[in-house]
Design a protein around this ligand. Structure first.
Ligand SMILES: *[C@@H]1O[C@H](CO)[C@@H](O)[C@H](O)[C@H]1NC(C)=O
Ligand SMILES: *[C@@H]1O[C@H](CO)[C@@H](O)[C@H](O)[C@H]1NC(C)=O
Ligand SMILES: *[C@@H]1O[C@H](CO)[C@@H](O)[C@H](O)[C@H]1NC(C)=O
Ligand SMILES: *[C@@H]1O[C@H](CO)[C@@H](O)[C@H](O)[C@H]1NC(C)=O
Length: 184
């Protein structure tokens, strides 16, 4: 009887230890939403090519919208836009945002973004890759930071977009709050 109890308690102890090690493993992978390992805000400036503003434009429509709905569904814009630390277009860019967005909704304005922030300064050399839905009706939109290279090797996180200014069809500015939860 004593032996049986002993074996039983050993079993319980082992089970506890195994479960505990699993839960600490799971816990170590869990990131704290409130505590990014790196966080910074940058402003994205998009000046759309209108046929004449060659000197200033940083993005261009490469495919027009379709007739499906009234919200430009299918329109594709490729950009090489400056990223600045404050919301002044004329500030020295600290990175470039290179990628594209297209409109993808029939019933309202909605876009899908996919781009790389390219950093090439003495401060940072590397890239951050970002993609996701830009649900324009929302005050803020969360896009996924899906990876990075160089100074941002293997990073992941969330990039929160907030529209800062819209000047007609030619120019808009977006605040990007970049929160990285994996830093190496
Ligand atoms: C294009 O943009 C430039 C600079 O903002 C402006 O001067 C010009 O009138 C625009 N052209 C057209 C066709 O809208
Ligand atoms: C370039 O854009 C800036 C800001 O919108 C504007 O002040 C300037 O007049 C533009 N220059 C040209 C050549 O369109
Ligand atoms: C898109 O349509 C506009 C207006 O119809 C036209 O001026 C422009 O050249 C077209 N752009 C492309 C990339 O087809
Ligand atoms: C990065 O910056 C260096 C030094 O200013 C320059 O030589 C190089 O061409 C730049 N690379 C890119 C991709 O802009």
């Amino acid at each position: 009887m004593a032996l049986v109890v002993h074996k039983y308690s050993l079993f319980v102890l082992l089970t506890f230890l195994i479960l505990h090690s699993f839960s600490t493993f799971a816990h170590s992978k869990h990131t704290n939403e409130k505590k990014p390992c790196k966080r910074f805000v940058l402003y994205y400036h998009d000046i759309l090519f209108n046929g004449t503003n060659v000197a200033n434009a940083t993005s261009a429509t490469t495919a027009n919208g379709t007739m499906l709905g009234n919200f430009q569904l299918g329109k594709l814009v490729v950009f090489d836009d400056p990223m600045t630390k404050d919301n002044n277009l004329l500030s020295t860019p600290v990175a470039r945002a290179q990628g594209f967005y297209f409109y993808d909704m029939k019933t309202t304005y909605n876009a899908w973004f996919s781009y790389t922030l390219v950093f090439n300064s003495s401060e940072h050399k590397g890239t951050i890759n970002i993609m996701g839905a830009d649900i324009m009706d929302e005050e803020t939109r969360d896009l996924s930071v899906v990876g990075g290279t160089g100074a941002f090797f293997m990073t992941r996180g969330i990039c929160t977009l907030r529209t800062d200014a819209i000047e007609g069809v030619a120019y808009f500015r977006v605040e990007m709050d970049i929160k990285l939860y994996e830093c190496y």
